[in-house]
Design a protein around this ligand. Structure first.
Ligand code: MN
Length: 192
């Protein structure tokens, strides 16, 4: 797991995002963290990030996560981010990579379900996680879809469990930061 791609895309003298050093593995598997960023870049999207082997494995989810098991949300795997990124909430200035407002929309811990490790499940293209967040709770599946030879595309799907909420729009109902309670407008204004 390398942060090289993350680092080469960004100028850390211009963006407030963390530079990250080396990947920092060896924390043990007990309490892995996850974060979901709400990111108003050229397009609004959500970034789903799971701590794994010292980095944040990351997917851009154009429509955001859903608590309705009927929704299959496209999740495009992007470059690994440094662990410190889970604490990033702020604004990336133009014309830097990903310019726009970034909110910690949800955060918490997670466990891998039904596999020895997250990395093993990712390699197989099917990862199940149990999330203990503020907004996202219970099981989700990430399933890789091979489409036109692309292997970056995954689907993020709520499991049918006690925490599933068919028909509910958690993005609209809970729009504020799980960390600070701020709105996207608050975060943008604070960065000016
Ligand atoms: Mn993003």
């Amino acid at each position: 797991m390398s942060l090289k791609q993350y680092q080469t895309k960004r100028d850390f003298s211009k963006t407030p995002e963390p530079a990250g050093g080396q990947a920092t593995p060896g924390r043990g598997a007990a309490r892995l963290r996850f974060v979901v960023h709400k990111h108003q870049a050229s397009r609004l999207h959500y970034d789903f990030r799971l701590e794994m082997d010292g980095v944040l494995k990351s997917w851009a989810v154009p429509k955001g996560p859903s608590v309705d098991p009927a929704d299959k949300r496209l999740a495009v795997m992007v470059e690994d981010h440094p662990l410190e990124y889970r604490d990033f909430e702020g604004a990336i200035p133009e014309p830097e990579y990903g310019a726009g407002t970034v909110m910690i929309w949800d955060e918490g811990t997670y466990q891998v379900i039904g596999a020895e490790s997250g990395a093993e499940a990712l390699a197989k293209g099917a990862l199940k996680v149990d999330l203990a967040g503020r907004k996202l709770i219970g099981g989700w599946a990430l399933v890789r879809t091979k489409w036109r030879g692309e292997d970056k595309n995954w689907l993020l799907i709520k499991e049918k469990d006690d925490h599933a909420q068919p028909g509910r729009d958690v993005l609209a109902e809970s729009p504020r930061s799980a960390r600070s309670g701020r709105t996207m407008e608050d975060i943008a204004a604070l960065a000016e």
